[in-house]
Ligand binder design. Structure first.
Ligand SMILES: *[C@@H]1O[C@H](CO)[C@@H](O)[C@H](O)[C@H]1NC(C)=O
Ligand SMILES: *[C@@H]1O[C@H](CO)[C@@H](O)[C@H](O)[C@H]1NC(C)=O
Ligand SMILES: *[C@@H]1O[C@H](CO)[C@@H](O)[C@H](O)[C@H]1NC(C)=O
Ligand SMILES: *[C@@H]1O[C@H](CO)[C@@H](O)[C@H](O)[C@H]1NC(C)=O
Length: 403
């Protein structure tokens, strides 16, 4: 098993995008899910897409523990630009009413907090919200972002054809690289294709992270649908994940209105299993202490940020119970998530053996529950696990070999 893992990591190193970024899944904040394309700063100055919003979030990230926990990128999404490029330079222009200081100043501000600034665009003619896309201006846009001090670029795929993706995304990667500034590249490439002949090794060679599937919405149904897609793993995209390159199941909605606390725990646990980017999209100015503490949970983040960077996989699913495992450090350890998606009754006792987890190791494992740090005992190949998992809840633990 270890040999195989070493081999997978070696393979990933040969072919993966090498800009030194995203060695573990990137963490930060992203405006889209909570703030969408709200450009009405006149009536809703606090929540509209504006420099104030991103400065507020940078302030909260720096002051409320997020930065210390590893959250780093403050990411702008759609609707920040004017609808027309500068007629002379063809550069994108931030809306001067909503971003009166300009992007360079905003980047300086975010950097002064010890954080990084990400922005958004599109490989087609327009962004999904109808703002100018980069189709004919990739070199200019890459240079502009670099001059502004941008640290991450999410390139969406609206108003284009998927047939163009395998050439267009690599061209943008080429120009980003040419700027000499390390800019994390987030691609929406497979999201628009979903299961059709996707060249995942090529995507991993050109992108740091990539959205495979639909946008998340503020609901448990949405979270479950996403977890199913990543558990199905059609196209074997889990195999190309590793340091520098991660599948992106979309934003963390903890702190919004759609999830109960146990469902928020489930999202955090499953995103950790998937080695997923952690981009929070909720209002950090008004988030509950309970949700904030969950976002900052050291044990959850440690699994998410495990240095091996291996994406966990669903090992079995039966009667709305699914079990995921993910190899993590120290060598021979696993993270374990048991998700109960039933929506009636008072929970299920899930029973299984190590062999059901596709763990063939002869060692004994100590199991520690992660949220409470509870010691669950020692298990080996002949002992049966019996773990209670309530409805709409997750059991999240770590199996560490004991000698
Ligand atoms: C550009 O690509 C080369 C080769 O992969 C890499 O060594 C370098 O770090 C990249 N530079 C940037 C700024 O991404
Ligand atoms: C997925 O890819 C890995 C690594 O290339 C390979 O070992 C494995 O057999 C593949 N699995 C499937 C189901 O194709
Ligand atoms: C929430 O946390 C803050 C700071 O950590 C603390 O001052 C405040 O009292 C807490 N609020 C509640 C309702 O516990
Ligand atoms: C597994 O653990 C049980 C209970 O602790 C113990 O009796 C048994 O000898 C162990 N089996 C192996 C193969 O270590």
């Amino acid at each position: 098993m270890l040999k195989l893992l070493a081999l997978l990591i070696a393979v990933a190193c040969v072919s993966a995008l090498d800009n030194g970024l995203a060695r573990t899944p990137p963490m930060g904040w992203l405006s889209w899910q909570r703030f969408r394309c709200n450009i009405d700063c006149k009536n809703d100055p606090k929540n509209c897409i504006s420099e104030r919003l991103y400065m507020d979030m940078a302030d909260r990230m720096a002051a409320d523990g997020y930065k210390e926990a590893g959250y780093e990128y403050v990411n702008i999404d759609d609707c920040w630009a004017l609808k027309e490029r500068d007629p002379k330079t063809l550069q994108l222009v931030p809306d001067p009413v909503r971003f009166p200081s300009g992007m360079k100043k905003l980047a300086d501000y975010v950097h002064s907090k010890g954080l990084k600034l990400g922005t958004y665009g599109d490989m087609g003619i327009y962004t999904c919200g109808g703002y100018p896309g980069s189709k004919f201006t990739m070199e200019t846009d890459a240079r502009t972002f670099s001059e502004w001090g941008i640290d991450s670029f999410k390139m969406d795929g609206c108003y284009s054809t998927t047939a163009d993706f395998p050439t267009a995304y690599p061209i943008m990667e080429f120009y980003l690289n040419k700027t000499g500034r390390p800019i994390l590249f987030s691609c929406s490439w497979p999201a628009y294709m979903q299961t059709k002949d996707i060249n995942y090794p090529l995507i991993a060679e050109k992108c740091n992270i990539w959205r495979n599937y639909d946008d998340i919405a503020d609901s448990w149904d949405s979270v479950k649908t996403i977890i199913k897609f990543y558990g199905d793993n059609k196209g074997n995209f889990s195999a190309v994940a590793g340091p520098g390159n991660f599948n992106d199941p979309d934003m963390i909605i903890v702190g919004n209105r759609g999830l109960s606390y146990s469902e928020e725990q489930a999202q955090m646990a499953l995103w950790a299993m998937m080695a997923a980017p952690l981009f929070i999209s909720s209002d950090l100015r008004s988030i509950s202490n309970e949700s904030r503490d969950l976002l900052l949970h050291k044990g959850v983040i440690a699994i998410n940020q495990d240095k091996l960077g291996i994406m966990g996989q669903r090992v079995f699913a039966v009667s709305n119970i699914q079990v995921w495992t993910r190899p993590v450090l120290p060598a021979g350890s696993y993270a374990l998530a048991i998700l109960n998606e039933n929506d009636g009754g008072s929970g299920t006792t899930v029973k299984f053996y190590l062999s059901n987890l596709a763990i063939s190791s002869k060692s004994s494992f100590k199991l520690t529950e992660i949220f409470q740090g509870k010691d669950m005992g020692v298990f080996n190949s002949t002992t049966e696990f019996a773990i209670d998992v309530d409805v709409s809840s997750v059991f999240f633990g770590k199996l560490t070999p004991v000698s």
